[in-house]
Design a protein around this ligand. Structure first.
Ligand SMILES: NC(=O)c1ccc[n+]([C@@H]2O[C@H](COP(=O)([O-])OP(=O)(O)OC[C@H]3O[C@@H](n4cnc5c(N)ncnc54)[C@H](O)[C@@H]3O)[C@@H](O)[C@H]2O)c1
Length: 323
């Protein structure tokens, strides 16, 4: 099949990871349809392009998903309730998106006999690590409803493979950062929040002592993994990580240095659902998808700082906004 005939449905395509993935898929000649309810995504994240179609709809509604799946050959499922804290506060609401919504997408993909379904899982499926770096075979003991929901999605994908032969790959993203992650959203990642505070000349907030570590991966590398997984014959789950971790105090040091904003952190009590250390093993990413991260942390942070500065410069000042 030629690339031009590939019709990809991207659920959650107007969001942070979705919009970067859509751009890359368009660059590779795919026809792209986005299904998004715009609860956390923005139309302004998407380019205007003759091969891009937008459908406003909700993965919790089977009819919306069925309509969106019409004529689709490949599906990238990213739409989700993405906040770990919200999943703790409202596990039922979170599960309607992340389990029932995901099942709507998987079932429709199986019915449509798509060539490949790629869906967003998460490093949150591991919970507190039994070993580091985390390999895909490690025990999964999620610490939050969000992590459990992503694990249930993986089980459903495996079941639909054996029941209906649905080819799929679940990507366990580690901590993703980059342009278009909204720092003001309650779901924002720590890098977006730290940087936003620094650029506003306010003290960044650290929950806990700051020695907790994470494997941060740039959103451009996530989009590359999504594309490679859509084209891969492999089936199963795969980490998308860098294999390197950094603690929050050191991360803040890099951000201070790169942004030239030298403010001390304010510490708040640690959150119970927070994992202490996280780092992903990347052997499968290399073996299955032939992928090595292209952006170092320094390069990715520099891109993000440039982007955040441009966004700030484009904002109307209080004076011109009132004029
Ligand atoms: N950002 C990370 O660090 C990270 C890490 C691991 C996994 N993930 C997963 O990656 C995926 C994308 O995350 P993101 O960071 O881009 O978040 P995001 O909030 O920017 O994107 C999610 C998109 O889904 C849409 N959406 C939400 N509920 C919907 C529904 N019921 N129906 C239709 N659309 C809906 C939102 O409007 C948004 O555009 C999610 O599945 C998330 O769980 C993200």
């Amino acid at each position: 099949m030629s690339t031009l005939k590939k019709q990809v449905l991207v659920t959650g395509g107007a969001g942070f990871i979705g919009s970067h993935s859509v751009e890359l898929l368009l660059q590779h000649g795919f026809n792209v349809r986005v299904l998004d309810n715009l609860s956390n995504g923005h139309l302004s994240n998407l380019p205007i392009h003759p091969r891009l179609e937008f459908m406003r709809g909700d993965i919790r509604h089977a009819d919306d998903v069925k309509t969106a799946m019409h004529g689709i050959t490949h599906c990238l499922h990213l739409a989700a309730q993405v906040s770990v804290s919200s999943s703790v506060e409202d596990p039922v609401g979170s599960a309607t998106h992340n389990i029932l919504g995901a099942l709507n997408v998987m079932h429709a993909a199986a019915q449509a006999k798509v060539t490949k379904l790629v869906y967003a899982s998460s490093a949150a499926v591991y919970g507190s690590p039994s070993q580091l770096p985390l390999q895909e075979e490690c025990a999964t003991q999620p610490l939050s409803p969000y992590g459990l929901e992503k694990w249930v999605d993986e089980r459903y994908a495996a079941l639909l493979h054996s029941l209906h032969g649905l080819p799929s790959m679940g990507l366990r993203y580690f901590n993703v950062y980059g342009p278009r992650q909204d720092p003001h959203s309650p779901y924002a990642g720590v890098i977006a929040r730290f940087l936003d505070r620094l650029l506003d000349h306010q003290a960044p907030v650290i929950f806990g002592d700051g020695h907790q570590s994470r494997d941060f991966i740039y959103v451009g590398d996530i989009a590359r993994a999504n594309l490679a997984a859509l084209l891969s014959p492999q089936d199963g789950v795969c980490n998308v990580a860098t294999g390197k971790s950094i603690d929050l105090l050191n991360l803040l040091g890099h951000l201070r240095h790169l942004s030239q904003c030298h403010l001390p952190a304010r510490h708040m009590p640690a959150k119970a659902e927070d994992i202490r250390h996280s780092c992903g093993d990347t052997q499968r990413l290399l073996a299955w998808l032939a992928l090595e991260p292209q952006w170092s942390l320094q390069q990715g942070l520099a891109e993000l700082i440039n982007y955040q500065r441009q966004v700030r410069m484009a904002r109307p000042t209080a004076l011109s906004a009132n004029a």
